[in-house]
Design a binder for this molecule. Structure first.
Ligand code: SAM
Length: 169
């Protein structure tokens, strides 16, 4: 019998969670002290939002979500909630946030990898104008930015499970 072990859904889930935390912690530290707000794209259960809200004390964390349904402890304040489809709310946010966001985290995907990839490709140009100069984006899906630099992953993150991009210019 072969000793080779396949990657299970549990493995993938754990890798994604561990990577999200490692990448978020690194990106929060690297953007500390900046004035621009932070965006969470996709609230879901609110785990990553809760982590960000607990770790970020110097900036507001705005949540973009089409249907709120988080754990009660992880519900964003109303004035920090941008309700609607990100295909509409991201372009509309440009006027409200002319300086952009210092950190954007996106976890908008579901179970279908191909659909997630197509969606990431489609929203990349909508996210691009919202990231401040020198700002960071953490994403669970590979994004399609021609001008942003993909950053090395911090210790503990699993390659392919999380991505970090920096707007250099
Ligand atoms: N990071 C979250 C957590 O830790 O609990 C999980 C996010 S969940 C995987 C993805 C969320 O993105 C869902 O709540 C879904 O409603 C939201 N979402 C997906 N596509 C969206 C869209 N086009 N506009 C707004 N929200 C969307």
């Amino acid at each position: 019998m072969s000793d080779h072990k396949t990657t299970t859904r549990l493995d993938l889930f754990i890798d994604r969670m561990v990577s999200q935390r490692a990448c978020l912690d690194a990106a929060i530290a690297q953007t500390k002290g900046r004035n621009e707000p932070v965006f969470e794209l996709g609230l879901g259960n609110g785990r990553t939002f809760h982590h960000m809200r607990e770790r970020i004390h110097d900036r507001d964390v705005y949540v973009f979500e089409r249907a709120l349904g988080s754990h009660p402890d992880s519900a964003p304040a109303e004035h920090l909630t941008i309700l609607g489809d990100v295909r509409d709310t991201l372009p509309a946010a440009r006027d409200r946030f002319p300086d952009g966001a210092s950190l954007i985290h996106a976890d908008l995907g579901g179970h279908n990898r191909e659909k997630n990839d197509a969606f990431a490709r489609m929203i990349s140009p909508l996210i691009k104008p919202l990231l401040a100069l020198g700002g960071l984006m953490v994403s669970s899906d590979r994004m399609y930015f021609d001008a942003f630099e993909e950053q090395p992953l911090p210790e503990g993150a699993v390659p392919g499970r999380c991505f970090i991009y920096r707007r250099a210019g």
